[in-house]
Design a protein around this ligand. Structure first.
Ligand code: G4P
Length: 286
């Protein structure tokens, strides 16, 4: 077992609630399926983070998808303090059983203790920092709490462990690996940048036809040059439109790929999602 996993299992003993951050653009691909086993019987709250960069209609479908699975879920942008605050109501819902148990034992207002978990780059530190900036107090070493642990308390209801649990990205098929590379959760080196950006064009074309040509103002794309590979023709057109050329006037594919990836990653291309719940049920059916 890795040190990080062991640490997380130790931390699990200290908490009532697991707050699982997912990237709203790829909620399933950014999920580590082992979380069920790691969280055990702890209460759970799923946060669809980076919702400001995801397609709002698709995010709503995901919200319903997780609700139907019996999970508590909240759609947020971790950079936005009022969004972070809005999780409080969901925390109360997720921990209703514990709160009721406390009440029956005569314990009043004992805060829920929670830990944030997720794969790299989903926004765990951002969420904790935004939360901490709003929080009135940071509480230090408490009896029964491992030395060095810091809890951040917001109001009387919730204490958050200041270090997140880092889950490892998991992908059995290449499509998931691609999506994780596109959102920056695994290094681009999984495949070369040019191929990654071609896959991005393909994924976007399936969901958002014309987006690339409208955004980059492409016209007269020479599709005949690359039969069956429209994404290559489009990438070339993007390179030309953006002046990403090498000395002899040839397209600089690496530069073009970086432009495409950056424009997707900082949402310049718009609020886009790369997977939908319908696809999931279709895959499960087949
Ligand atoms: P991690 O701890 O899970 O590894 O992720 P981290 O908080 O470091 O966030 C990774 C990147 O995602 C950061 O951008 C962060 O600002 C951004 N981010 C996190 N949550 C949200 C969100 O809800 N919406 C948006 N739009 N971005 C979010 P960065 O480029 O690495 O850093 P910076 O440019 O913010 O300095």
């Amino acid at each position: 077992m890795t040190k990080a996993k062991r640490q997380m299992q130790e931390d699990m003993k200290l908490i009532d609630l697991v707050i699982e951050l997912l990237d709203a653009r790829v909620p399933l691909s950014s999920r580590n399926p082992d979380i069920d086993q790691i969280a055990g019987s702890k209460a759970r709250l799923v946060l669809l983070n980076k919702a400001d960069m995801a397609d709002p209609l698709v995010t709503e479908q995901w919200n319903r998808f997780f609700l139907e699975q019996g999970l508590n879920v909240c759609v947020i942008n971790s950079k936005n303090p009022s969004d972070v605050k809005k999780i409080n109501a969901e925390v109360q819902k997720a921990c209703a059983a514990k709160i009721e148990r406390d009440r029956r034992r005569g314990i009043k207002n004992r805060p829920v203790r929670a830990m944030v978990v997720g794969i790299p780059n989903v926004g765990k530190s951002t969420f904790i920092n935004t939360y901490a900036r709003k929080a009135a107090t940071k509480t230090g070493n408490k009896p029964g709490v491992t030395k060095g642990k810091q809890w951040i308390r917001l109001g009387t209801n919730l204490e958050l462990l200041d270090t997140p649990g880092i889950l490892w990205p998991k992908f059995e098929d290449q499509e998931v690996g691609l999506k994780l590379a596109l959102i920056g959760s695994i290094k681009d080196e999984i495949m070369n940048t040019e191929e990654l950006s071609l896959e991005l064009i393909k994924m976007l074309n399936r969901r958002y036809p014309d987006l690339i040509s409208n955004y980059y103002g492409l016209s007269g794309i020479d599709y005949d040059k690359y039969p069956g590979k429209p994404e290559v023709a489009e990438m070339e057109a993007v390179g030309t439109a953006r002046g990403a050329l090498m000395k002899g006037g040839e397209i600089d594919y690496l530069k073009t790929a970086n432009i495409l990836l950056e424009n997707f990653r900082n949402a310049k291309l718009g609020r886009l999602s790369l997977e939908e719940p319908e696809q999931v049920s279709e895959t499960e059916k087949s």
